[in-house]
Design a protein around this ligand. Sequence first.
Ligand code: UN1
Length: 513
Amino acid sequence: MSALTLLEYKSSKRRQKKLTLKKPYLNFIGGVWKKSSTDRIFVNVNPANTDDVVGVFPYSGKQDVDQAVMSAEKAFDQWRKMPAPKRGEILFRSGQLLEKQKEALAKLMTREMGKPLRETRGDVQEAIDTAYYIAGEGRRLLGQTTTSELPNKLAMTVRMPIGVCGIITPWNFPIAVPSWKIYPALICGNTMVFKPAEDTPASACMFVEILEKAGVPKGVINLVHGGPSTGELIVHHPKTRLISFTGSSEVGSIIGEACGRMIKNCSMEMGGKNAQIVMDDADLDLAIEGAVWGAFGTTGQRCTATSRIIVHKDIYETFKRRLVKRAKTLRLGDGLNEKIDVGPLINKSQHQKVKAYMGVAKQDGAKLELGGGIPRGAGYKKGYFFEPTIFSEVTPNMRIAQEEIFGPVTALIRIKNLDEAVKVLNSTDYGLSSSIFTRDINKAMVAVRDIEAGLTYVNGPTIGAEVHLPFGGVKKTGNGHREAGSTVLDIFTEWKSVFVDYSGKLQKAQMDE
Ligand code: UN1
């Protein structure tokens, strides 16, 4: 929902009753929970039941972003000088607190963005894993020591923090994705302004509360709520030195352009159009389970979702029939119900977008095999539900095979051999995740070599990365960085080469005397 003043919102009769009990959430700036300087608010509702108001949030403006950046700047000197193992202890404690709060966080997250509890528990677990993994980096943050071309001289590299970071995150992994950015930024000694997505600000508040409780000093992390104009203020602020963004390629290109003009570091993790290849020798049971989880897990709202399935012609019909049969068994509904497999879409505009793609697909000549619409029934009336949808007879250039839909929609494409499969897989603007199901090691290794993507799974679905390996993609998916793994440290630090001359003489390098 776009921002309104509280007065405007309350004046709408239908909403009045719901809001009377809601205490507005706050920003967190300089260690203090405070109101924003604007009188604008936004209201966050449960996508499975839009009558359920999760909270009212401040829409932050220039003054709030200025204050947040200023307090991050003020906190930087002390934080960067704290020994990294000490910073690591704070991160470790926050991991323990996340474990304690896992269930409460998972429930809030499901209410806020709809994915089933099993998945929101997994989301918190990913943040816990990141906390412990990155806490250990406090005792590494390794550089190199090397030789010098001159006698009696030592050469080495050290990592330096960058300064105030702007952290802008999406709603589909409300805790995990912020944790991928915030923990590495912290361990490296940076301070930050964090703007979570408008659809999941309550989960972000809880995460920041945990970091505060774990001992992150005031000013080191500042939380401002808001929408695109708030994000823009963070990106354009002259004192933010780095922007770390996860979201659409469309928004990413605007941020990247602005950062380029201002000569500001930026790391971006953006769209995907991921495919699973199924060869004729694949274990079909496994390939079907992989496709169902990859395409419909998180209601297809992952940048790693399987939105194309590239199937060998000899097994295409069998695979299709069995995939449709299996997908029919998925239970759609409110993720707070433990029996549910697929939750709602995040909001009205995504709901409309996914619906619009049904017409696009049919017009392009794709054949609808399953789903394709809004489910009927009382339980679905108040939420943004959409049926798991499978199209067959899709050709590589159709829009549903090229554009990121971010919904429970997957497209079956028929191919003749591995060479064609890889060509089709590579034929989009994106390159995040990919997968091949085959029992032939030679085919698997050729695919690993030739697929243009940041992640390739052999006999596994396109979703489900692990936090100690690099995460990110090629082409329009990213701008050359990798989150997670030890590679994330390269985003949040700058290298310094250090030369120590112990010869007692002025030695000149690169002088041809
Ligand atoms: C995203 O969807 O923005 O590997 C990233 C996976 C998830 C990806 C999350 N951890 O599927």
